[in-house]
Design a protein around this ligand. Structure first.
Ligand SMILES: Cc1ncc(COP(=O)(O)O)c(C=O)c1O
Length: 404
């Protein structure tokens, strides 16, 4: 006999480690932006699996591609070439055409993609440039880059690093720019710096968009000093901001960018795209992943990219994102606790003056799922297939929760 929702949650508390604070529902099924729990309750899902489900749930093309690939070949490892992996790499380099002669490495998550980016930058500096003295990697206060030891060491939020020290000595934080005149971060970049790691928008840090022209100045400083510029596009990549990659808004190109989340439409996959010169840093044996670029994940990701193109979803993200931002703006005037609307495309946040978790819980009770970013920001990261009516319903639920 199947277990009830309460029995499953009680079981979860006994058999799972306690590192997550799950909302108290057990989800079983989804379709587009709707999900159902095991008790049959229906929710509007505007979390999009934390920005990882651009096509929504159970998208017919994605389901069919995964089923077809599963019926042919799920995994063989990188002892061999894999058809779907080659085609996906080709699809990605075509989309990242602003990088010079780009190449792709595949892995399975955002943290792994950032690990690969850092390792590649280090290998490039030491083996190609002959600069083993360029040790330091810089990242920004308030950033989030993952939970592996290296990526957590480069995550600029103490709460994520706590208890894991001493962390690596070559990680250093620089200030997130407060305004367009704040260039303090650039002073720390010298001809001794190996690489700079930055998110186009600080997502887990609270949907913070750096000021205009900051990235141009950063790019220039990295050029002047020979520093590798890495964009962590794990959350902003694959169309989330209305362009395929977040850097396209900034008029600059990174040397390496990392991807994960939306790339597989919910199937775990990570990737880095590196310019050809950088990519030389990875010689045979220098880096690897057993599951990286496996047929199943790559077939899913190819379908995600094809569907984004075919259904013109980037245009939809831009329009829907503007509508969402306009709908959220009046909440700042109406509720003293609401301070600011932030973000780009379908990565938007309403910043509050305190803990956002109780507000998100109230919204859930009204049948809408949202998430918290940076402790005090209510985040919308819905599937790109979200309708206007669904966005309006989400904003109305948030409005009502704030009124309580
Ligand atoms: C910008 C960014 N980088 C890296 C990560 C880590 O990704 P993953 O959880 O897939 O390891 C995240 C996850 O939220 C992220 O938002």
């Amino acid at each position: 006999m199947s277990k009830s929702q309460e029995e499953l949650i009680e079981l979860a508390q006994r058999v799972l480690t306690h590192n997550y604070k799950q909302q108290p529902i057990v989800l079983r099924r989804g379709a587009a932006c709707t999900v159902w729990d095991v008790a049959g309750n229906q929710y509007l899902d505007l979390t999009g699996g934390i920005a990882a489900c651009p096509l929504g749930h159970a998208h017919p093309a994605l389901t069919a591609a995964i089923a077809k690939q599963a019926g042919e070949l799920i995994h063989v490892s990188n002892l061999f070439y894999v058809e779907a992996q080659i085609l996906l790499a080709d699809a990605l380099v075509k989309r990242a055409h602003l990088l010079a002669e780009p190449r792709v490495f595949f892995c399975n998550s955002g943290a792994e993609a950032n690990e690969a980016a850092i390792k590649l930058a280090k290998r490039y500096q030491t083996t190609i440039m002959g600069r083993a003295d360029r040790i330091q990697v810089l990242s920004f206060e308030g950033s989030f880059h993952g939970r592996s030891i290296a990526t957590v060491a480069l995550t600029g939020q103490e709460k994520y690093r706590s208890g894991f020290g001493p962390l690596i000595e070559w990680a250093r934080f620089v200030p997130f720019p407060e305004d367009e005149n704040d260039m303090r971060a650039l002073d720390a970049i010298t001809d001794k710096t190996c690489a700079v790691l930055i998110e186009p928008i600080q997502a887990e840090g609270g949907i913070r968009v750096p000021p205009p022209d900051f990235f141009k100045a950063l790019r220039q400083r990295c050029n002047d000093t020979g520093t590798v510029l890495i964009f962590d596009e794990v959350q902003t990549g694959v169309g989330r901001t209305g362009k395929m990659f977040g850097y396209e808004h900034e008029g600059v190109t990174p040397d390496i960018l990392s991807l994960a989340k939306g790339l597989g439409g919910g199937v775990p996959i990570g990737a880095i795209i590196a310019s050809g010169a950088l990519a030389e840093g990875f010689a045979p044996g220098s880096h690897a992943s057993t599951f990286g670029g496996n047929p199943l994940a790559c077939a899913a990701a190819l379908t995600v990219l094809e569907t984004i193109d075919r259904d013109r979803l980037l245009e939809r993200v831009t329009l829907a994102g503007e509508r969402l931002a306009s709908a959220l703006a009046p909440l700042v005037k109406k509720h003293a606790r609401a301070k600011e609307v932030r973000g780009r495309g379908l990565l938007r946040g309403l910043a509050l003056d305190g803990d956002a978790a109780p507000v998100v819980a109230k919204v859930r009770e009204a049948g809408v799922l949202l998430s918290v970013a940076g402790g005090t920001v209510v985040r919308f990261a819905p599937p790109f297939v979200v309708t206007d009516a669904e966005l309006d319903r989400g904003v109305a639920a948030l409005d009502a929760a704030l009124a309580n």
